[in-house]
Design a protein around this ligand. Structure first.
Ligand code: SF4
Ligand code: SF4
Ligand code: SF4
Length: 296
């Protein structure tokens, strides 16, 4: 039997659920909520025409180089998937007569696993709930890549000082009063930006108004503890077909941190070890960086 990311996640959830039964209630972690002024995006797959204007704009506003991809040769920017140079990708799902586009990007989870595992807070959740990344803090351990249930953060494998790359909801543009690049570029309003609560209400309104058009669920409302990027799919196309996994409603950090607290209760050693390891890696990277600067 092949072991997929999904089977591992389900196994973790099952194991944690069993073990947590024996954990005193006081150790169980409280469910996190989005901040009061949380913002997010709503992608409506039924409106998307696959033009990829959002991909082009995403590269432009984030100063990311083109990637020719493996399926289209030449100078075209045609990444097959998210990568160290692509934060947003439009994918095509086709099965029989069922066809849909899918916009893959960071989900800005309400309780993000990437933030939970990042030992020195290179990943953080800001006051609007945007999951941010600070390359100056990052030690390159790539725990965030392993922890993310949506397989989003990517690494720049081919450079001396690599960064983790993922969508940060164009926070640099939001700070200037602009819309996220992909939202501004979309000719169909297939992806919109706004207050999370307004987006949820809008998504539900759309389903209620045209039940024959939509799959009857807003993905991200509760999935994995909730996400600030929400999805609507066409009738007859479940979200799993679009690559959005069925991970239940419990956030992964809630399971892992509850277990961690139960296992390490009263022991400081693992935390000290964890911190020390981070500092060593961080110093090494700084030193290496200084040596390379000196070589220039
Ligand atoms: S989708 Fe992954 S990278 Fe994005 S916030 Fe959630 S856990 Fe972090
Ligand atoms: S919000 Fe910005 S970084 Fe994120 S997918 Fe859209 S354009 Fe790209
Ligand atoms: S710009 Fe809009 S319609 Fe075009 S691919 Fe992106 S989300 Fe779809």
């Amino acid at each position: 039997m092949s072991v997929t990311r999904r089977t591992v996640l389900k196994g973790m959830a099952a194991a944690a659920a069993t073990s947590v039964t024996g954990v005193p209630k006081a150790l169980a972690r409280e469910r996190k909520k989005p901040p009061a002024d949380a913002v997010g995006m709503l992608y409506d797959a039924t409106r998307c025409i696959g033009c990829k204007a959002c991909m082009v704009k995403c590269k432009e506003v984030n100063h990311l180089p083109p990637e020719p991809g493996t399926k289209v040769e030449g100078m075209y920017d045609a990444p097959d998937d998210l990568s160290g140079y692509t934060k947003n990708v439009i994918k095509l799902y086709r099965e029989g007569d069922k066809v849909s586009y899918m916009k893959a990007q960071c989900m800005h989870c309400v309780d993000p696993a990437c933030v939970s595992v990042c030992m020195i807070s290179a990943f953080r959740k800001d006051k609007q709930g945007i999951v941010t990344y600070d390359p100056a803090q990052c030690v390159g351990c790539r725990y965030c890549m392993m922890a993310c249930p949506f397989n989003i953060p990517k690494y720049q494998w081919d450079v001396a000082f690599p960064k983790i790359v993922k969508c940060e909801l164009c926070r640099h543009r939001l700070a200037e009063g602009k819309l996220p690049g992909c939202v501004e570029a979309c000719p169909r309003e297939a992806v919109i930006f706004g207050r999370l609560e307004d987006l949820k209400a809008d998504a539900k309104r759309r389903i209620a108004a045209e039940p024959g058009r939509y799959y009857p669920k807003v993905y991200g409302e509760t999935d994995g503890g909730g996400t600030q990027v929400l999805y609507l799919s066409a009738a007859g196309i479940p979200f799993e077909k679009l690559g959005l996994p069925d991970i239940g409603d419990q956030p992964l950090p809630e399971l892992s941190e509850t277990l961690q607290h139960a296992v390490y209760q009263g022991f400081v050693a693992p935390i000290v070890l964890y911190g020390a390891l981070g500092i060593v890696i961080y110093r090494n990277r700084k030193r290496q960086s200084g040596e390379e600067e000196g070589d220039k």
